[in-house]
Design a protein around this ligand. Structure first.
Ligand SMILES: Cc1cc2nc3c(=O)[nH]c(=O)nc-3n(C[C@H](O)[C@H](O)[C@H](O)COP(=O)(O)OP(=O)(O)OC[C@H]3O[C@@H](n4cnc5c(N)ncnc54)[C@H](O)[C@@H]3O)c2cc1C
Length: 62
């Protein structure tokens, strides 16, 4: 069982207030917590950010 003290660690990434997926390294993208698309947060936000990047990679390779 885990325990958390001091600041609550969950939901640090506010929807629409984190990083974008782009990085300075060609072909490397940020996904997950803190890359939440607007209106998504938590696990679903992390998954949607990965889905967005996957779509971007697939569309750029076709
Ligand atoms: C207590 C708590 C309760 C939560 N409850 C909910 C909930 O009910 N519903 C909900 O939607 N969200 C909830 N969340 C938020 C949710 O857990 C996160 O938004 C989600 O897990 C983010 O997914 P992620 O893959 O971006 O990051 P993470 O799940 O944090 O995964 C990151 C992974 O990277 C690994 N890692 C870190 N550094 C390195 C390194 N240098 N090299 C290799 N690996 C590394 C870590 O070990 C970890 O496995 C909760 C969070 C907490 C803390």
């Amino acid at each position: 069982m885990r325990s958390f003290r001091k600041d609550w660690p969950g939901f640090r990434g506010r929807p629409g207030h984190g990083f974008g997926p782009e990085t300075s390294v060609n072909g490397l993208f940020n996904v997950g917590d803190s890359v939440n698309p607007p209106t998504f947060y938590g696990v679903s936000g992390a998954a949607e950010s990965a889905r967005d990047v996957a779509r971007k990679i697939v569309s750029s390779s076709s």
